[in-house]
Design a protein. Sequence first.
Length: 238
Amino acid sequence: MSKIFIHGGSSEITKYLIDYLYNTFDEFHIFVRNIEKAKKNLKIFEKKIIYYENHLDDLDKSLNHVKSLPNDISSLIWLSGDTGNSNLEFSNLELCKKTIDVNFSNVVLLLNYILEHKFVIKDNSFLCGFTSVAGLRGRKLNTFYGAAKAGFISYLSSLRQKYNKKMLIMTIIPGYMRTNNHTINTSSFITSSAEKSAKIIFKSIKKKKEIVFIDYKWSLIMKIILLIPEKIFKKFNF
């Protein structure tokens, strides 16, 4: 029996990913913030889904939930995260810690436990981690979120070395996402829908791609941004 673990079942993109992966796995073990809400969104897949109500900022409870997972998870998708508010986080240590925990610290601690104690590597096993373009270069508007995502990108890179030739480790780098629950006040030219994103990710899994930009335009944008010298970049206000 093939089983996959997904952290972030409340995300709109999860519905589309499960649709693409439905015939690949027998069980979907999904961590969500609100089970009742998630069940409404994922009702058509409910025969194969096992839900866990989980809040990532509580590491002890999250670890207990992870320990209750079956011992033969063979693939994993990590979607969860929180952009936070950098302006408030500079003066509020609790908010700062929460943003770092839910985007990096607690993430890697839980992933490490799953990989060491709950994971069985099979021929087509994969770990798919959602990061952000914010993790590719620091910006004052998302200081702690960006730093946490940078750490997560580095962590996934190290896993790629650890599991080289054993399993696929994917770093997903989305730009701005457009969902029913989250409206981005920016040009549609650089935003992606949940449905389109899921399709790109599914195709990338099949092609065994390791670094995946959801939108090629963000790949080009970040290549340009990374070329800007620090003495010039620090003068920008974005």
